[in-house]
Design a protein around this ligand. Structure first.
Ligand code: UGA
Length: 442
């Protein structure tokens, strides 16, 4: 592969920073990932991952060994050396108003301003509201009028659990350029290995690029919410949502992905990004009513799911034990942020149930959120023991092949609530279970 080796600094070694840094190093660039949390850097230097993501540990260890990838708490030297500095710090929802909290971004901008040497591209990877690139540029120039920087927007489209694959085989790369176009060549060089692999690279304006990220996530959230409402309709009119999804998804204009009905979307992106987009749109005078409704419908859905479980238990869960399988917002991650499981569990507790939970990777994170309000099991069958209902909230592979004979022996009532439709009704019912799922009118 031809191409120049770029020196890259990644500010923020969270999910996005770490995956991007490791993949860029794997392309042959020389990358330093920076983070303020010393313990995290020490762990990474020793090859211990702060998050669970398939393939990440191998990639980090392999590229650390060759010296392509390094970790540091010190931003100064890495930024001074870099051709490109990626900003990949968090943008949580600001308490109270739903706007994205940009204080970490601006702090990074000030620190970068003080450290840059020579022409440097500053590439904002964090998900940020339209206009943030302008503000980052303004901050850098006011902190250091001599800084020779071009601030670009380069949103990520990584799914947790499939992030490395998404980085290496993206549907597209989006780069939002400032009026100073010198950055175009530099960014083209950073991603050269990818578009040699045919990934389309799209150059556009910086504000447009920032909006593409939000519009993409909002559209996906809308698609999920649409099929969830169709699922409710299916139940009322005796239709089957999985077949409806297949039937509409075969139309190329619609596409088959993100049409799995379930307990509502969660995670660290969709809930936060849809809210932030709604705020931006309202402030700009062009409200996005479809997205506003998506947010409201999705929030309500989690409560509806808890009521569905109560109904499956005969209308009352007081003093009953509910076993919950799956806490993370989706499989192959340990992330429980804004997971539907949390709202569902809270509602079940409010209805008087005792809840026992199990998740293959998310137990530690869940303990931080749920504390002593639930019991924690070490496996599926321990979780199900004596339970009045078994609820599948996350579609982990290991829940796809449950031993229903064994469950039947250890549970006190034979009720399965499958909120991800991972089973066929006959398969579960033949073992004597009552089976409740999503979007199958019977
Ligand atoms: C999402 C996007 O898919 C990424 O492209 C984006 O880069 C990322 O957000 C981000 O902004 O950083 P992620 O949050 O990791 O990625 O997870 P998804 O796979 O998109 O799932 C989000 C939620 O939607 C999960 O709770 C999942 O269970 C739910 N979902 C997804 C459904 O209920 N049905 C579906 O058909 C698909």
């Amino acid at each position: 592969q031809s191409g120049e080796i770029m020196r890259i600094a990644v500010v923020g070694s969270g999910y996005v920073g770490l995956v991007s840094g490791a993949c860029l190093a794997d392309f042959g660039h020389k990358v330093v990932c920076i983070d303020k949390t010393e313990a995290k850097i020490v762990d990474l230097q020793a090859g211990r991952m702060p998050i669970y993501e398939p393939g990440l540990e191998d990639l980090v260890c392999k590229n650390s060994a060759t010296g392509q990838l390094a970790f540091s708490t010190e931003l100064g030297p890495a930024v001074a050396d870099a051709d490109v500095v990626f900003i990949a710090v968090g943008t949580p929802s600001r308490r109270g108003d739903g706007h994205a909290d940009l204080s970490y971004i601006y702090e990074a901008a000030r620190e970068i301003a003080a450290a840059v040497r020579g022409f440097t591209v500053v590439s904002v990877k964090s998900t940020v509201p339209v206009g943030t690139g302008d503000e980052v540029e303004r901050i850098i120039r006011s902190c250091n009028p001599a800084a020779d920087v071009a601030v670009v927007s380069n949103p990520e489209f990584l799914r947790e659990g499939a992030a490395i694959d998404d980085f290496k085989r993206p549907d597209r790369i989006v780069i939002g350029l400032p009026s100073d176009e010198r950055s175009r060549e530099v960014m083209a060089e950073v991603y050269r290995p990818l578009y040699l692999n045919q990934a389309p690279i799209m150059f556009t304006g910086r504000r447009t690029s920032e909006l593409i990220k939000y519009a993409a996530n909002a559209f996906l959230a809308l698609k999920i919410t649409f099929i969830n409402e169709i699922a409710d309709l299916c139940e009322n009119v005796g239709a089957n949502v999985q077949e409806v999804a297949r039937g509409i998804g075969l139309d190329n204009r619609i596409g088959s992905k993100f049409l799995h009905a379930g307990p509502g979307y969660g995670g660290s992106c969709f809930p936060k990004d849809t809210l932030a987009l709604v705020k931006t749109a309202q402030d700009s005078g062009a409200p996005l009513r479809l997205v506003e409704t998506t947010v409201a419908v999705n929030d309500q859905r989690k409560r509806t799911m808890a009521r569905r479980i109560v109904l499956a238990c005969g209308g009352n869960v007081r003093a009953k034990t509910i076993a919950v399988l799956g806490l993370t917002f989706k499989p192959n991650t340990d992330d429980v942020r804004d997971a539907p499981s949390l709202s569902i569990i809270q509602a079940l507790i409010d209805f008087g149930a005792s809840v026992r939970v199990y998740d293959p990777e998310g137990m530690e994170q869940a303990k931080l959120m749920l504390g002593a309000s639930v019991d924690y099991a070490r496996g599926v069958y321990e979780c199900a023991k004596g339970a009045d209902a078994l609820v599948i909230v996350t579609e982990w592979n290991q829940f796809r092949a449950l031993d229903f004979e064994r469950l039947s022996r250890c549970m006190s009532k034979q009720v399965v609530v499958d909120l991800r439709n991972i089973y066929r009704r006959e398969e579960v019912c033949k073992h004597g279970f009552e089976y409740v799922n999503v979007g199958e009118g019977v």
